[in-house]
Design a protein around this ligand. Structure first.
Ligand code: ZN
Length: 149
């Protein structure tokens, strides 16, 4: 599937101008599209209580859900200057659930697969296999197969 990376990056750059980043000074915009070509965007929103800061990808994923889009297939995340910037660890995890390991991320050297940026990711499959009600068996507290870390 071909993507109009220039348009996606332009949308991310435009929304970065709406970021609320008075503390770091790093405005970030994100634009993503689903397999039907529908595009959603998000920008970072910082807070005086730094830990409450929302990355641009948080807004993007919320917008994806709010607009009823399918899984994201291409995402561009840029700083305010329009140059691609890599998602932080938390956002790689968010994007994984929003698009899967095959989601393509805009990068200077060409698109990269999200799965290559987050190998061995924790997924819903891990929950199903390891939780008490999951497919894989008993709760860790009920298990008798040895000590736990
Ligand atoms: Zn992030």
């Amino acid at each position: 599937m071909d993507f109009d990376w220039a348009s996606l990056r332009a949308a991310a750059t435009a929304v970065a101008a709406r970021a609320h980043a008075p503390y770091s000074g790093l405005s970030v915009g994100a634009a993503g599209q689903d397999s039907e070509g529908k595009v959603v965007t998000g920008c970072n929103v910082e807070n005086a209580s730094y830990g409450l800061t929302l990355c641009a990808e948080c807004g993007l994923v919320s917008a994806q859900r709010a607009a009823g889009l399918g899984p994201l297939v291409a995402v561009s995340v840029v700083a305010g200057d329009g140059a691609p910037i890599v998602p932080c660890g938390r956002c790689r995890q968010l994007l994984l659930e929003a698009g899967g390991p095959g989601l393509l991320l805009d990068a200077d050297g060409g698109p990269v697969r999200l799965g290559d940026l987050l190998p061995g990711a924790f997924t819903a499959d891990d929950l199903a296999a390891r939780s008490a009600g999951g497919l894989g068996g008993s709760s860790p507290r009920e298990s008798t197969d040895g000590p736990r870390a």
